[in-house]
Every structure is written in structure tokens, then in C-alpha cells.
Design a protein around this ligand. Structure first.
Ligand code: ATP
Ligand code: SF4
Length: 261
């Protein structure tokens, strides 16, 4: 665990359902924390669907070994954002990873113990959807280091019900819940920038109130955010004036209020 000695906060990003924007927000939060002067690590434990390398435009990178373990990939020369994903270990980036539980568990243990993160203010852990072997391994191996979890949901009731399951998982595993983020909360019209609520609104906020946990904010469904991810960019750098950019910043600022060691 020596490789984690200098990591001040570990934040696990969870969602009950797939495709709700967990990886998108993990990346944008990591970029945002970096922009605020923090040193950040991003660990992708979605072993069967690693999307982090693509979202950071680091698809062609590979990790190297040093005496202490693996040297993560850095997103820029200043080394303020370091990244680890199984995507960096695959011979061909489109190779499928078809592993059973024990192999996944061993890989995650290696990710936790063998990556030389160095000094980090925040280590963000992006997980697959649901509560599976990967989540249990993260909790088992990082129990002492985890600051807490953030739960990503969309406003629809089904997604919110899935978050309830994640909440129970956190409580059973004694992982503090730092808050809920409601993603895809309304659609930003590309003609007039008006926010249109296609689905029901405020489910995540309502749930946070009901469960007495912090609500970290809403992020709208915005093609500009999807475009930033396609290009591996931070929305904070890519756009000058945008409600979505302000919404992402608001989530990060709220997160900083609740997660700081
Ligand atoms: N707020 C948003 N605005 C526009 N597009 C978004 C937004 N959030 C996510 N997306 C898009 O939705 C898709 C799914 O997002 P993402 O891969 O981050 O979800 P996920 O929850 O990590 O998925 P998985 O369960 O597969 O890991 C991506 O194409 C992403 O660009
Ligand atoms: S919100 Fe206004 S500008 Fe945008 S599509 Fe609808 S009518 Fe057109």
C-alpha cells in the first residue's frame, strides 16, 4: 500500500445503471480539480469497458514498469493528472477483456497496490455500473483510504431507484456517501441554449433530500459536453460561456466542500 501513502483523498464514482455519464463526469471532475490546482489521479476499474483512455485522448499510450510498480500515464507534461486503465495494458485497444471474478479481483488489487501515484490530492476511481466484483475489490483493497463515494444518476425514476441500491451497497460496505450528481438533467437546445426537461426533473435532488445526503448538482445533457469528451478535452477549457461548464464547476466546488483531508 506504500504507493498510496501520499494520496490524500480517494473518491469512488458509482452508478446503478450503465450509460448515465459516470466516466464522462469522472474525467471532467478530474480535469476540473486539476484546473483548480490540485494533483489528481484517475483510476479506471471498468475492466470490461475501459473508456477513460479515449475520453482523455490517451488511447495510444502505454504504462511502463519501474522498481516500485507501474508508472501511470500523464495527461500533460506538468504531470498534474495521472491515469491508469486496463486500456493501457492491452496489446490492441479494441481487444475484449473477458475475465471471471477472481482474475478481475487480482487485477484490481494490482491496480491498487502497484501503481506509483506519488503525491495526489485526489484519486478518482471510475467503476463499472452496478455493484459487482470490481466494486467489492475496490472497497476491500482501498477501505482505509476511501474518502467516500459519489453517485451519478439521471433524473428518471428508474435510474434513481438504481441509486438507492448503490446507497445500500455503500452503507453495507461502510463507505461514506459524499453526494449525488444528477446528470443529463434537461437538454440544452443548440439553437437558443434553453434547457428543455425531456424527462422528469429533480429525481436525484429529491433522493438526496430524502436520504439526507448532499446533492452535488445537476449537469444537463449537452452535445457540447459530448463533443469535449470525443475530443478528450476539458469543458472548462473548451467553452468560454456555457451553463453546462458552470454546472460542472458547481459540482466540483460542492465536492471540494465535502471531500477534503
Ligand atoms: N451531460 C451529458 N451531455 C451530453 N452527453 C453526455 C452527458 N453525459 C454523458 N454523455 C454521453 O453519454 C454517453 C455515456 O456516457 P459515459 O460513457 O460517461 O457513461 P457511463 O455511465 O460511464 O457508461 P458505462 O456504464 O458504459 O461505463 C457518452 O457518449 C457520453 O458522451
Ligand atoms: S428551445 Fe426554442 S430554439 Fe430551441 S428547439 Fe425549441 S423552440 Fe427551437
Amino acid at each position: 500500500m506504500e504507493n498510496l501513502n501520499l494520496v490524500k483523498n480517494v473518491i469512488v464514482v458509482l452508478s446503478g445503471k450503465g450509460g448515465v455519464g459516470k466516466s464522462t463526469l469522472s474525467v471532467q471532475i478530474a480535469y476540473g480539480l486539476k484546473a483548480l490546482g490540485k494533483t489528481v489521479g484517475l483510476l479506471d476499474v471498468d475492466l470490461c469497458g475501459p473508456s477513460i483512455p479515449k475520453l482523455l485522448n490517451l488511447e495510444d499510450c502505454t504504462v511502463h514498469q519501474c522498481d516500485q510498480g507501474w508508472v501511470p500515464v500523464y495527461s500533460s507534461q506538468d504531470k498534474q493528472l495521472s491515469v491508469m486503465s486496463i486500456g493501457f495494458l492491452l496489446k490492441h485497444k479494441d481487444d475484449p477483456v473477458i475475465w471471471r471474478g477472481p482474475k478481475k479481483t487480482a487485477m484490481i488489487k494490482q491496480f491498487v497496490t502497484d501503481v506509483c501515484w506519488g503525491e495526489l490530492d485526489y484519486l478518482i476511481v471510475d467503476t463499472p455500473p452496478g455493484t459487482s466484483d470490481e466494486h467489492l475489490s475496490v472497497i476491500e483493497n482501498l477501505r482505509k483510504q476511501i474518502t467516500g463515494a459519489i453517485l451519478i444518476t439521471t433524473p428518471q425514476n428508474v435510474a434513481v431507484a438504481d441509486v438507492l441500491r448503490e446507497l445500500t451497497f455503500c452503507r453495507k460496505g461502510s463507505v461514506p456517501v459524499l453526494g449525488i450528481v444528477e446528470n443529463m438533467s434537461g437538454y440544452i437546445c443548440q439553437n437558443c441554449s434553453e434547457c428543455i426537461h425531456v424527462f422528469s426533473k429533480g429525481g436525484g435532488e429529491e433522493l438526496a433530500k430524502q436520504e439526507n445526503i448532499p446533492f452535488l448538482g445537476q449537469v444537463p445533457l449537452d452535445p457540447n459536453l459530448a463533443m469535449c469528451c470525443e475530443n478528450g478535452e476539458s469543458i472548462l477549457d473548451a467553452l468560454v460561456h456555457s451553463n453546462t461548464k458552470d454546472a460542472v464547476l458547481n459540482v466540483i466546488e460542492n465536492l471540494l466542500q465535502v471531500a477534503h483531508n
